[in-house]
Design a protein around this ligand. Structure first.
Ligand code: PHE
Length: 453
C-alpha cells in the first residue's frame, strides 16, 4: 500500500507527540476525580487495580486508536471510512469516527465551562480574594460565580477563545508550541504544590489516604470506577488519539510511546493526590470530588493557610493549563474533518466548531442558574450530559475501536504499524479478548444504572 500523508503535517519529534497526548490525557480528571476515587475505594489497592485496568484494557485501546489514526492519516471520520473499506469493504465504520467526534465536542462544551471557572478562580486567588474566609463566605463566592449565567458565560467564552486560538494555528505553529510551553510548566507547578504540601504537617495522613492499600474497601463497583476513569483520563474513544496519531511519523514506536503517556498520566494523578489531600486534611475538612473539591473545599483550605494566596494561585493556574491542553485535543478532530472534507481554512474551521461548542456550553451554564431546578435522571442537565457522554458514548466508541482493530483489520496491516513481534501478540490478545470484555462490563453497569433510575 502506498503510504498516505496527513494534510496537516507531522509532529516534529516523538517528544512533542508524547507531550501532546499527555497534554490531552492530563486534565480535570487527574486533579479532582482520581485522588478522590482512589481515597474512597481502598487507596493503594485501588491504585493497583487502576494500573491493571490501564495496562490490560485502556492501553491496548489507546494503541489501537493511535494505530488506526496513523494508518488512515485523516480525520477520524474519513480514517474509519477508508480503513473500513480497505479492510472489510464496509465504509459504514465511519460512524465510529462520527460518534467519537460528537462525544468529544459534547464533553468540550461542559469541560470549557468548568475550565473557565478555574481560570476565574486563578485570577481571584491571585488578587487575594481567598484570604481569611469562612465556609459561609466560600459558599457565597461559589454562589456569586454560578448564580449569573453572564459571569459563567464570560469565562467560558474566554476559555473557548484560548482553545480556538491554538487549534486555528495548526499542528506545528499551534498545538506543538502550546504543549511545549504548557506541559513543562505544569510539571513544575505540581511539584511546587507537592513540595508545599510536605510542609503542612498532614502530608503523611494525606498520602496514606490515597496510597495505603485497604483491600476490604475495594469492591467490584470500585474496579468498574477504576476502569471508567482510565478511559476518560487517557482520552480514549473521542477521536483525539486518532487525530493525533494521524500526525505521527511512520518510524515512531506506538507501543513505547503510549506506555510513557499512560505512566505519566497516572503519575500526575498520584502527585495531584499528594498535593491536594494534605491541604484538605490539614484543615479538618472532608474530602470531596468535582466542582465541590476545586471551588469549595480547597478555597476554604487555602484561605486558612500560610502562603495561601500563592498556593491557591498555583493550583488554579495549574487546573486551567491542564484543562487547556485537554480541550485543544477535543477540538482538533472536528477541525481536521472540516479542513479535509469541506476545504475550509484552519482558522475558519476552528472558529466554526468553536462557536457551536460555545453555544452548547450554555446548557451547562444554565444548569447552575436559570435551569437549576430542572432535574431528571442523574440530576441537572449538566449532570446528565456529563454522565451520558462519559459513561455511555465513550465506552461504545471504545468498544467499536477495539473490535475493529482486533477482529476486522487484517494481520498484515496491524503488523506494519507495530514492530515488536512479542509485544504485537500480547497487544492482539488484549485487544481481542480482554478489552472488549472489560468495556462490555462498563456498558452493562451503565445500562443497569439507567434502568435503576
Ligand atoms: N483526559 C482528560 C482529563 O482527564 C479529559 C479528556 C477526555 C480530554 C477526552 C480530552 C479527551 O481531564
Amino acid at each position: 500500500m502506498a503510504q498516505r500523508t496527513s494534510l496537516h503535517g507531522q509532529w516534529s519529534s516523538r517528544l512533542v507527540f508524547i507531550l501532546a497526548v499527555t497534554g490531552s490525557a492530563v486534565g480535570l480528571g487527574n486533579f479532582w476525580r482520581f485522588p478522590y476515587i482512589a481515597g474512597e475505594n481502598g487507596g493503594g489497592a485501588f491504585v493497583l487495580v487502576y494500573l491493571a485496568c490501564v495496562f490490560a484494557i485502556a492501553l491496548p485501546i489507546m494503541i489501537a486508536e493511535v494505530l488506526l489514526g496513523r494508518r488512515g492519516r485523516r480525520n477520524p471520520i474519513t480514517t474509519m471510512r477508508v480503513l473500513g473499506e480497505e479492510e472489510a469493504g464496509q465504509p459504514g465504520w465511519r460512524i465510529v469516527g462520527i460518534l467519537g467526534i460528537c462525544a468529544g465536542l459534547l464533553i468540550l462544551s461542559f469541560y470549557s465551562v468548568i475550565a473557565g471557572w478555574a481560570f476565574a478562580y486563578a485570577l481571584k486567588a491571585a488578587s487575594g480574594a481567598f484570604v481569611a474566609l469562612d465556609s459561609r463566605s466560600v459558599a457565597a463566592l461559589f454562589h456569586l460565580h454560578t448564580r449569573s449565567w453572564i459571569v459563567l458565560g464570560a469565562w467560558h467564552t474566554a476559555f473557548m477563545v484560548m482553545t480556538v486560538a491554538v487549534v486555528a494555528r495548526g499542528v506545528e505553529r499551534g498545538l506543538e508550541r502550546a504543549v511545549q510551553v504548557i506541559m513543562p510548566l505544569l510539571l513544575v507547578l505540581i511539584l511546587v504544590l507537592v513540595g508545599h504540601a510536605i510542609h503542612t504537617g498532614t502530608f503523611l495522613r494525606g498520602a496514606a489516604f490515597v496510597l495505603r492499600p485497604d483491600f476490604a474497601a475495594l469492591t467490584p463497583e470500585g474496579a468498574l470506577i477504576a476502569l471508567g476513569h482510565a478511559f476518560f483520563s487517557l482520552s480514549l474513544g473521542m477521536g483525539v488519539l486518532m487525530a493525533y496519531g494521524a500526525y505521527l511519523p511512520q518510524d515512531t514506536s506506538i507501543g513505547g510511546t503510549t506506555i510513557i503517556v499512560a505512566l505519566a498520566d497516572t503519575a500526575i494523578g498520584l502527585l495531584a493526590a499528594l498535593a491536594v489531600f494534605p491541604i484538605v486534611f490539614s484543615h479538618g475538612i472532608n474530602p470531596a470530588e468535582g466542582p465541590g473539591l476545586a471551588f469549595e473545599t480547597l478555597p476554604l483550605a487555602f484561605s486558612e493557610m500560610r502562603a495561601g494566596v500563592f498556593t491557591a494561585t498555583v493550583f488554579f493556574v495549574l487546573l486551567t493549563m491542564a484543562a487547556w491542553t485537554a480541550a485543544i485535543g477535543l477540538l482538533e478532530p472536528a477541525v481536521a474533518w472540516l479542513c479535509e472534507t469541506r476545504e475550509m481554512t484552519r482558522p475558519r474551521a476552528a472558529i466554526g466548531v468553536g462557536t457551536v461548542v460555545w453555544l452548547v456550553g450554555f446548557l451547562t451554564i444554565f444548569s447552575f442558574n436559570l435551569l437549576q431546578h430542572l432535574r431528571f435522571w442523574r440530576g441537572t442537565l449538566y449532570a446528565n450530559l456529563d454522565y451520558f457522554a462519559i459513561n455511555i458514548l465513550l465506552p461504545i466508541s471504545g468498544l467499536a475501536i477495539t473490535l475493529f482493530a482486533g477482529w476486522v483489520m487484517c494481520d498484515n496491516s496491524r503488523v506494519q504499524e507495530l514492530e515488536s513481534p512479542s509485544g504485537y501478540r500480547l497487544w492482539r490478545f488484549l485487544t481481542r479478548f480482554v478489552a472488549p470484555v472489560g468495556v462490555t462490563l462498563l456498558l452493562i453497569n451503565a445500562g443497569a444504572q439507567l434502568l435503576r433510575h
